[in-house]
Write a protein that binds this ligand. Structure first.
Ligand SMILES: [Zn+2]
Length: 295
């Protein structure tokens, strides 16, 4: 299977058109779909699938956001700000199959808000107001920061150890409200002290989604307080199994969801995530039941 990057200097140059927030969201979702499709074809081939026609990817310096000739440096003009986790497995531009100059990316463990991150965001909003149409919070499955926050919630002795490191504690404390909201959504008592490690996996899976949604809610409020240019905030979670950016576990299409408008909406969303995860679990059990009957 060949993947060919092809540059034709005589092909017409299609300049990027992102006139509004919906176009920006569409561009991100379609980019993730392209990424998923390309990797899926490679995986099928790797697993012994039939060879397919070469995949030709047209490239051009201008559409890639690069200088057409040395010295012709384009002005910075991202159409979206993405606030993601620092996890090395989630390179933002690749996940959305986007180019140089498309995204203004902020990454910190647990995709949490930090003073420096918000300062960078404020700078981008004031400097690139014309091009910026959307703000995205991107979480991901199996997030180490979220897992550590869940452990510190379920096992206080684990938290005491980490809490003595000021910087790490700052991350865990920021994720804690999402963990508690997730724990309540899966039906756990609110005291948070009775350890039930069987729930760890479920709470962690829920918390990854809730944490992205909670950051998006906080960010939307923060941006509106700036007064001037306030693009809408959306969120999604990059799933390592499917390579999709999705708004619910088990989704069959890439999606970015609008930030919850209130704490009530966030709580309702947490319940929605729990339902989606339990559906996946039930489907898994019925599949394994069918297999055992078959055998
Ligand atoms: Zn992470």
């Amino acid at each position: 299977m060949d993947v060919i990057y092809r540059y034709d200097p005589y092909a017409p140059i299609e300049r990027r058109q992102v006139p509004d927030a919906e176009s920006a969201r569409q561009r991100l979702v379609e980019g993730n779909d392209r990424f998923v499709g390309l990797i899926a074809r490679m995986q099928q081939r790797m697993l012994g699938g039939a060879d397919v026609e070469p995949i030709v990817l047209p490239v051009c310096p201008v559409t890639m956001g690069l200088p057409l000739y040395p010295g012709a440096v384009p002005a910075q003009a991202p159409f979206a700000i993405v606030m993601g986790c620092a996890d090395a497995r989630v390179p933002v531009e690749q996940v959305f199959d986007l180019a140089f100059n498309d995204l203004f990316v902020l990454r910190v463990a647990g995709n949490i808000l930090s003073t420096e991150g918000l300062g960078s965001l404020q700078y981008a909003l004031s400097s690139f107001a014309e091009s910026l149409k959307l703000v995205v919070v991107l979480g991901h499955s199996k997030c180490g920061a979220v897992s550590a926050a869940v452990d510190s919630y379920l096992r206080p002795e684990y938290y005491v150890d980490l809490a003595t490191t000021h910087a790490l504690r700052g991350i865990l404390d920021q994720v804690q409200p999402s963990v508690r909201t997730s724990a309540l959504a899966v039906g756990r008592k609110s005291d948070g002290l009775i350890c039930d490690l069987d729930e760890r996996s479920l709470i962690t899976s829920v918390a990854v989604y809730v944490n992205a949604a909670m950051t998006a809610l906080s960010l939307q409020r923060e941006i509106r307080s700036y007064g001037s240019h306030a693009p809408p905030v959306v969120f999604g979670v990059y799933d390592f199994d499917m390579l999709r950016v999705q708004d619910l576990p088990g989704a069959t299409a890439s999606a970015l969801r609008s930030a919850p408008a209130s704490a009530d909406e966030l709580t309702a969303y947490a319940a929605e995530v729990v339902t989606a995860l339990k559906l996946i679990e039930d489907l898994g059990e019925s599949q394994s039941h069918k297999m055992s009957v078959h055998w």
